[in-house]
Structures are given as structure tokens and as C-alpha cells.
Design a protein around this ligand. Structure first.
Ligand code: ATP
Ligand code: MG
Ligand code: FE
Length: 354
């Protein structure tokens, strides 16, 4: 079956067609992403009003481009999936409405996909990966460790008690006057910096819970920046390197603990996997920390390519495909949900999914 996927929850307007090859593996036929980064750059963050208007303007051409790049017409599509939450309500309404309109006009099944489920299932799109696996989701809005034990079966083992990691990168960049989005800016500057020059905290280190905290780290950077103002280029680089090192060590520490619990929960699992998803998983030092934590415990690390780590339509189409195959379609009356925790996502009957 061919599924058209639409993503509009934040600042990317995206459409993709995903199907299955003869071998049963998923195939991404197209993956068109229009980023609004330019439109929001001057404001140092995503402005909801601007985002909603930009989605409304580009959704038509983006869906057409998604179909054209896949070389298919709507006649060949078997189902339509659209992100229905969580996210900014304006964008969600635009994407869900267009998805439902296409589904209604063609009498196709509609799938109201949770954006986080899209991120959570992406490792199954890019790698032959069976349930269960442990997932680290590190994005602009979320920092979570999740047990993925089946389609629709997500258990949150840990989350951030304050800022998401991507948010902490973005805020740190902003206070150091580096360009938005902050993650890549901080990583670039950190290359020239000395991570040991400033003493930065390692929040929650050694604690037995699997939660994260990053706002203290960000505050420490601010205090050092104020104390050393005006900052030289080298000061900024050293602060970026120190921040990134602290973030990576914190991730390594939490993930190490989570992997030990995962192995305890599934002692018979032959090939335990940690999957990393979300934009921050693109960071070289974070990736290195994850490699270290997984190698030490004999766990395989699966990190999808960057284009599928950040927001895209393929992850929504793929989650829709798994749901379609499980018979979990949604009515056209399905609401959009700006807040929609992943563990409130409908699960199929226990026992489904391998
Ligand atoms: P969510 O999925 O939680 O709604 P989002 O979709 O906006 O949030 P993503 O698109 O997955 O998040 O990722 C964007 C975030 O990733 C931004 O905070 C950005 O700064 C961060 N990021 C991107 N590249 C890097 C990098 N190289 N290093 C660190 N952070 C990065
Ligand atoms: Mg984004
Ligand atoms: Fe996302």
C-alpha cells in the first residue's frame, strides 16, 4: 500500500509517499520538506502566527511535489496520514484539514498520526528493526527515553524536568548571540573551543531516576557569560564546547542507566537496540556519547540519517502505514491535539506487531 504523509506540527511543511517493496521493507518514494527557518530567524525562535500562515501558503504545492517526486497521482494512493498533534495548533489544523479533504474526496482511509510516534517508529523505517527497542528522543520540544514494545505501545521511562535538550541548545545559542537554530551553531563554535575551561554543572548525575534537566546548565552558561562580558570569540567557543560536553555527558549517563534497565527487563533479547531520534541526535558529540554507552553494554545503536531525524513527512507516512496495516484508521472527525502525550496514543490489541 502507498501512504501519503503530511507534517505541519512546527516549522516544517512536509509531504512524503511511503510504501512497501516486494521484500516487505518500507520504501520512501518521496520526502519533500520546506523549512520555515528563514521566516523565523529574525525572531530567534518559531512564531506560531507566522508558522500557521506559511503552512497554509505552502501545503498545496508541497503535497503536489511529494506526489510528483514519487511519480504517483492521488489515484494510486491507498491512505492519507497527517500529523494531528502534538504541536502548534495552527499548523496542525492546516495539515489535518488537507489530509482529511484528500481522504474524503477519494474515499481513502485517514490516519491521525501522533508526531512523536513518527519519530519513535523512524528507526523501523530506516533499519530492519523488531520490537522491542529503547528510544532516545532528543528534539526541540522533547527529551525522553521510551520503551517501544509494539505499535502504539510506548512507555515513558524518563523525560526532562525543565528544558528539552534542543531548546537548551537554542537558548544557549541565543544568549551567546549565535544564529538560530542554535544546535548547529553551538556545535560549529564548540569545534574551536576548550570544553574544560569553564566549570559547568552535570545536572542529575548519579541519580537513579531516568530524568533529564538542562535549565541549570543553561543558567550557568549565562552567569559565566555575564561575568566575562564582553565575550571574545574564544570565550564563546569555550562556553559552547563546555555546554556541549556537559550535555553529552548527561545524555551518556542517563542512557547508560536506561540500557541497564532495558537489559534487565528483556534478559533473553539477543540483539538489544538503542534508537536515537530527533534533531539533537544529529550532534556529533551526542552521537559519540551514545556510541560509547551502547558499545560498553553490547547494545546496537541505530541512528537514522539526519534528514529523517528532524521533522519530515516520511516518518508520518510510515507511522500511518503501520497503523493502516494494523487496521487502526481514524474517523474524519478525529480532532487535532496540540498536547498529546505518546502514551495516550491508541494501541492495537496486545500481541500485534513484531
Ligand atoms: P519536536 O519534535 O519535539 O516537536 P522539533 O520537531 O522542532 O521538536 P526537531 O526538528 O526534531 O525538533 O529538531 C530541532 C532541534 O534540534 C532544534 O532545537 C535544533 O537546535 C536541534 N539541533 C539540530 N541540529 C543540531 C546539532 N547539530 N546539535 C545540537 N542540536 C541540534
Ligand atoms: Mg523543526
Ligand atoms: Fe519533531
Amino acid at each position: 500500500p502507498l501512504v501519503l504523509g503530511i507534517e505541519t506540527s512546527c516549522d516544517e511543511t512536509a509531504a512524503s509517499v511511503v510504501g512497501r517493496g516486494a521484500d516487505g521493507r518500507p520504501v520512501v518514494l518521496s520526502n519533500v520538506v520546506l523549512s520555515q527557518i528563514e521566516e523565523h530567524a529574525a525572531f530567534g525562535g518559531v512564531v506560531p502566527e507566522i508558522a500557521a500562515r506559511a503552512h497554509a501558503e505552502s501545503i498545496g504545492p508541497i503535497v503536489e511535489a511529494g506526489l510528483a517526486e514519487a511519480g504517483v497521482t492521488l489515484d494510486e494512493i491507498d491512505a492519507v496520514a497527517a500529523t494531528s498533534g502534538p504541536g502548534l495548533v495552527g499548523g496542525l489544523i492546516v495539515g489535518a484539514l488537507v489530509g482529511k479533504a484528500i481522504a474524503a474526496s477519494r474515499q481513502l482511509p485517514f490516519l491521525a498520526v501522533n508526531h512523536l510516534e513518527g519519530h519513535a517508529l523512524t528507526p523501523r523505517l530506516t533499519d530492519a528493526l523488531a520490537y522491542p527497542y529503547l528510544l532516545l528522543l532528543v528534539s526541540g520540544g522533547h527529551t525522553q527515553i521510551l520503551l517501544v514494545s509494539g505499535l502504539g505501545q510506548y512507555e515513558r521511562w524518563g523525560t526532562t524536568i525543565d528544558d528539552a535538550l534542543g531548546e537548551a541548545f537554542d537558548k544557549t545559542a541565543k544568549l551567546l548571540e549565535l544564529p538560530h537554530p542554535g544546535g548547529p551553531s553551538v556545535e560549529r563554535m564548540a569545534r574551536e573551543g576548550d570544553a574544560k575551561r569553564f566549570d559547568l554543572p552535570r545536572p542529575l548525575r548519579g541519580e537513579k531516576r531516568l530524568d533529564f534537566s538542562f535549565s541549570g546548565l543553561k543558567t550557568a552558561v549565562r552567569q559565566i557569560a555575564l561575568a566575562h562580558a564582553p565575550l571574545s570569540e574564544q570565550d564563546v567557543a569555550d562556553l559552547c564546547a563546555g555546554f556541549q560536553r556537559a550535555a553529552a555527558e548527561s545524555v551518556r549517563d542517563r542512557v547508560t542507566l536506561a540500557l541497564a534497565r532495558f537489559r534487565e527487563a528483556y534478559p533473553g533479547l539477543e540483539h538489544p537496540v538503542l534508537a536515537a531520534a530527533g534533531g539533537v541526535a544529529a550532534n556529533g558529540e551526542i552521537r559519540a556519547a551514545l556510541r560509547e554507552a551502547t558499545e560498553r553494554q553490547g547494545v546496537r545503536l541505530v541512528s537514522p540519517p539526519l534528514a529523517l531525524c528532524t521533522d519530515n513527512g516520511a516518518m508520518i507516512a510510515y507511522a500511518g502505514l503501520e497503523r493502516l496495516e494494523a487496521g487502526l484508521t481514524d474517523p474524519l472527525s478525529a480532532p487535532v491535539r496540540p498536547r498529546w502525550p505518546l502514551d495516550e496514543t491508541a494501541a492495537p490489541l496486545v500481541g500485534f506487531g513484531k
